[in-house]
Design a protein around this ligand. Structure first.
Ligand code: GLC
Length: 397
């Protein structure tokens, strides 16, 4: 596969599940716990003895991804705390096989993905709070990093890609990116390589070997990335990536659906996160949100996967182009009903580019025919009692 093919295959998938899982999941205070000034570092170093991960954790994850409509999962194989979910083959003992669970969790993850028809991606940290060489001997650290990545590329069969994060921590260093990406290309020529640019540099392109740009918690707009690169927005369900027990600041399913629509409208993928608990299981609130989100995705699947932004435009809708049809996605459809119970939302209209010739149109969620007159059509509010929040009109041209 060349770059174009890799990018196209990735873009077609459209939607992924991000999974932040590691020792930090046991504490329920997010994945940055160890960097806090009040962090108990000794207690953290002893956490592996408490890391008992359920045998069915990976199946549970894959099931969650399927329910959400995700085609791939990006799992934190090693996060900033330096703990590896995979067998580091003796690079150090700070890995899952040396923890209470005593298993290679990346192997279990990949197997469950294969069984469930989900493409596995590996998140790997670049910055490392634990490995001493990261601070004292950078070339030695790069050896360690490259060897770790080599393990990930050679022991788990074909993977979807690698997702790096943390270069922003040492912007002035020579990270020897040629070497890092070269290792991946050698063993996994079809793998997509992404390197998260972080909150400050969303959408910024980097090394030529990279296949995409990232929009961490920021909605991409059309034209923010070049056509030869994939784009991906990652998003949290609440305010944390790793499990945070006290965080109840959840987004609404509607907001997440609008994130997805905006990503697709900008030619980007949407990578929606969950932080499982210490036993590896997705917490019930996350599961419920992802399931509800997935219901919308399934109803409108045609307009989620395999679509790209349409060069023609529409007023009041995001216009996407698929293999067989165009899709006018109405981001927000209000609810109407008795004036004593709703705010009295009115019908709105989608106005399509006059150059388009529409032969037939129908709503994807109900199959109901849409009357198109003068290249425009009405969007009636949902009746009180039946909101689907956003709708997709399928347009045959
Ligand atoms: C940030 C954080 C990290 C998280 C990532 C996800 O870079 O350092 O904790 O994994 O964002 O995009």
């Amino acid at each position: 596969m060349d770059k174009r093919e890799r990018v196209e295959r990735f873009e077609k998938m459209g939607l992924g599940l991000f999974v932040h899982f590691g020792l930090f999941s046991l504490l329920g205070k997010g994945e940055w716990y160890l960097s806090r000034p009040d962090a108990d570092r000794e207690a953290y170093a002893a956490l592996p003895s408490r890391f008992r991960v359920r045998r069915d954790w990976a199946k549970n994850l894959v099931r969650t991804a399927q329910e959400a409509g995700a085609k791939y999962i990006t799992l934190t194989t090693r996060h900033h705390d330096g703990f590896s979910l995979f067998d580091t083959l003796g690079l150090n003992d700070f890995d899952a096989p040396h923890s209470a669970c005593g298993r290679d969790l990346v192997a279990e993850f990949v197997q469950a993905c294969r069984e469930g028809g989900i493409l596995p991606f590996f998140y790997h940290t670049l910055l490392d709070w634990r490995e001493p060489s990261y601070r004292t001997d950078f070339p030695a650290y790069l050896d360690y990093l490259n060897r770790s990545v080599e393990i990930l590329c050679t022991r788990y069969g074909k993977i979807g890609g690698l997702w790096f994060d943390g270069m922003w921590d040492k912007p002035g260093e020579n990270w020897q990116e040629d070497r890092l990406y070269g290792t991946i290309r050698k063993y996994q020529p079809d793998a997509v390589i992404i390197n998260n640019t972080g909150l400050d540099a969303r959408g910024k392109a980097g090394h030529p070997e990279l296949d995409g740009v990232t929009f961490e918690r920021g909605t991409p707009a059309l034209g923010q990335k070049t056509a030869d690169l994939a784009g991906e927005m990652c998003q949290v369900l609440n305010d944390h990536w790793g499990y945070a027990a006290a965080d109840c600041n959840y987004k609404s399913v509607g907001e997440l659906i609008r994130n997805l629509i905006d990503c697709r409208g900008a030619g980007c993928n949407f990578l929606l996160n969950t932080g499982p608990r210490g036993n590896g299981l997705v917490n019930p609130t996350d599961r419920c949100l992802l399931r509800e989100f997935g219901k919308w995705v399934r109803r409108n699947a045609e307009a989620v996967y395999g679509v790209r932004p349409c060069p023609a435009k529409a007023e009041n809708a995001v216009l996407l182009e698929g293999e067989k049809a165009l899709y006018a996605v109405v981001r927000e459809v209000p609810v109407s009903g008795d004036p004593n119970v709703v705010l009295g939302e009115k019908e709105s209209r989608v106005i399509l580019d006059p150059a388009l010739r529409i032969r037939r149109a129908r709503w994807l969620d109900s199959g109901e025919k849409i009357e198109v007159t003068d290249n425009s059509f009405a969007v009636r509010p949902f009746d009180y009692g039946t909101s689907l929040c956003a709708r997709v009109a399928r347009l045959e041209v």
